[in-house]
Design a protein around this ligand. Structure first.
Ligand code: HMG
Ligand code: MG
Length: 301
């Protein structure tokens, strides 16, 4: 197996992890959670989304969260932005990096962003132009790369074309989202080989939800293809409000345990990561979705 020596872990727990929580999470708890994540050695901690509070009520305190966190110079703090209004709010809140998001499925694009894929790419182009002019870094997300909750199978050619467009807009990296967690390792490798014809592997990241329990296997398959950026959510929190039935993201603790076992450097401290997961689970009264955290709590590892 040829694997990368280093992997950059992108922590999405405070955004993807919390956006779907049915009960309000206190702003102070979000801030304390993000500050804990910042101390683990994670290089990227996604903070929040500047989206419609009607669409995603849990993210309505985006500006307060941004104002409250302690930013460390070695950590990037991207925020999701769906339109010009969100971009301006993110900028006012001091965001130095944004994440644009679109989809490879028309129906999901409609449900998630109330427009077609083409329409969402137009919005992305507009925001990206503004961001480039302000020197704001831009990451891109594509949802439903391996299947759509409404349409089923998704065309890999569409994923590749959308990835190419986001790259043209100036995204330094495109995160391929298996929003509903249906992918299997062979499918992931096939997808990556098609997308890599348009966007080189070093500019791709993977973002797996663990609905079907395939996420770690999929990450390993992606690493074998040279992927070196992996999104995950501490305690396996999360899910998209517009992907019914989909479970949380792959747990960051479990990803890190696997990467440590493979001798791949991340710079992230597992003890501190488990603590951050324990903190947020206690605050939102949830069991952790991380097997590593559970095993450690039971003192069997
Ligand atoms: P729209 O309805 O077409 O837009 O929504 P609109 O301009 O007509 O505005 C509708 C309402 O939202 C208005 O308020 C606006 O003022 C307000 P109302 O008059 O109804 O009270 N509004 C805003 N408020 C605050 N900030 C804004 C903003 N924009 C409009 N920026 C829109 C279009 C995209 C805005 C909306 O559908 C939306 O915000 N969607 C958010 C979707 C979302 O956050 N999804 C989850 C994140 S994506 C994800 O989880 C997938 C990912 O993890 C990868 C993967 O796993 O696949 C990234
Ligand atoms: Mg997601």
């Amino acid at each position: 197996m040829r694997l990368p020596r280093q992997v950059r872990m992108v922590e999405v727990g405070a955004r993807d992890g919390l956006q779907n929580e049915p009960l309000a999470v206190a702003t102070s708890d979000k801030i304390a959670f993000i500050d804990r994540l910042s101390r683990t050695g994670l290089p990227v901690v996604e903070v929040t989304s500047f989206v419609s509070p009607r669409a995603v009520p849990q993210m309505q305190d985006a500006a307060e969260v941004m104002a409250g966190i302690t930013r460390r110079p070695q950590v990037a703090y991207p925020v999701l932005v769906p339109n010009r209004r969100g971009f301006e709010a993110a900028l006012s809140a001091g965001a130095a990096e944004i994440a644009l998001f679109t989809a490879a499925s028309e129906t999901f694009a409609q449900r998630n962003t109330n427009c077609s894929i083409a329409g969402s790419l137009e919005r992305c182009a507009e925001i990206a132009a503004l961001a480039r002019a302000r020197g704001v870094r831009i990451r891109g997300y594509i949802s439903c790369v391996a299947g759509c909750p409404y349409e089923g199978a998704v065309d890999v050619g569409t994923v590749a074309r959308v990835a190419a467009r986001l790259t043209e807009f100036g995204c330094y990296e495109i995160s391929l989202g298996d929003t509903i967690g249906v992918a299997t390792p062979g499918q992931v490798q096939g997808l990556l080989s098609v997308v890599a014809e348009k966007v080189p592997i070093p500019r791709l990241a993977v973002h797996f939800h663990d609905t079907y329990g395939q996420a770690l296997a999929n990450i390993l398959a992606a690493l074998e293809e040279g992927i070196a950026v992996v999104d995950s959510s501490v305690a396996g929190l999360g899910g998209c409000p517009f992907a019914p039935g989909a479970s949380g993201n792959v747990a960051s603790e479990d990803v890190l345990y696997m990467l440590n076992g493979l001798g791949i450097d991340t710079g992230v401290d597992l003890d501190l990561l488990v603590e951050a997961g324990g903190f947020i689970c206690e605050r939102i009264k949830r069991e952790t979705g991380s097997k590593v955290a559970r095993a450690r709590a039971a003192r069997c590892g």
